[in-house]
Design a protein around this ligand. Structure first.
Ligand code: 5GP
Length: 191
């Protein structure tokens, strides 16, 4: 998605990790017009799929997920971060390793919002090693539901998440795929 790539190139900051900081339009301050357009694009990509629900993870995926859910006309559910792994029986829970913080945390969704008949589209802001998406897949499987695919705003294609998830047969679509980012700048797929 050219609009997103241009914005990343103009305003993205490369930090050690490597982490791409996009706090001016996605991860802290948010640009509604751009994010709405991203949601529309995800809607176009998955228009042929019988998606019943969008699932994301708190908190940075929520804006993109909301716009994707709006475009697809389906509810948006976000897995909530939970203080302890000792949670009650009306929840599905899973552990996720945070790429940006380097720690593990528990996320939960209430069972009443994820049902066996759901076909769930996973949406997130970034894909690095795939742990966040794997956690969401785990919640979907616990519910007996099916994953329709994953829509990611920014895939760092030089990390293993995309390859790993696609090799499991999951459809993964990214709006911007970064092949390389370093002191010389950012190279997107196809450049
Ligand atoms: P993964 O679970 O695929 O290793 O990492 C994806 C998650 O970590 C995303 O939910 C995102 O919040 C965070 N993340 C990973 N890489 C980056 C990055 O380069 N920039 C930002 N802002 N977040 C990232």
């Amino acid at each position: 998605m050219k609009l997103l790539e241009d914005r990343i190139r103009r305003e993205g900051k490369i930090l050690p990790g490597p982490v791409l900081k996009v706090s001016s339009f996605l991860n802290h301050q948010m640009d509604p017009a751009l994010i709405m357009e991203m949601g529309r694009e995800i809607g176009r990509l998955f228009a042929g799929e019988p998606v019943t629900k969008v699932l994301t993870i708190e908190s940075s995926g929520i804006a993109v997920a909301l716009c994707a859910g709006y475009a697809l006309g389906v509810p948006v559910l976000f897995a909530k971060k939970h203080r302890t792994s000792n949670v009650s029986g009306n929840l599905y829970q899973t552990m996720v390793h945070s790429y940006t913080h380097g720690t593990d945390y528990t996320v939960v969704v209430e069972r009443e919002f994820l049902k066996a008949e759901d076909r769930v589209l996973i949406v997130d802001d970034f894909l690095a090693n795939g742990k966040a998406v794997e956690g969401l897949l785990d919640l979907i499987h616990q519910a007996g539901a099916e994953a329709a695919g994953a829509a990611i705003a920014v895939e760092k294609a030089f990390q293993e998440g995309g390859r790993l998830l696609r090799s499991k047969g999951l459809r993964v679509e990214s709006l911007a795929r970064i092949e390389r980012m370093d002191e010389n700048g950012i190279v997107f797929a196809g450049e």
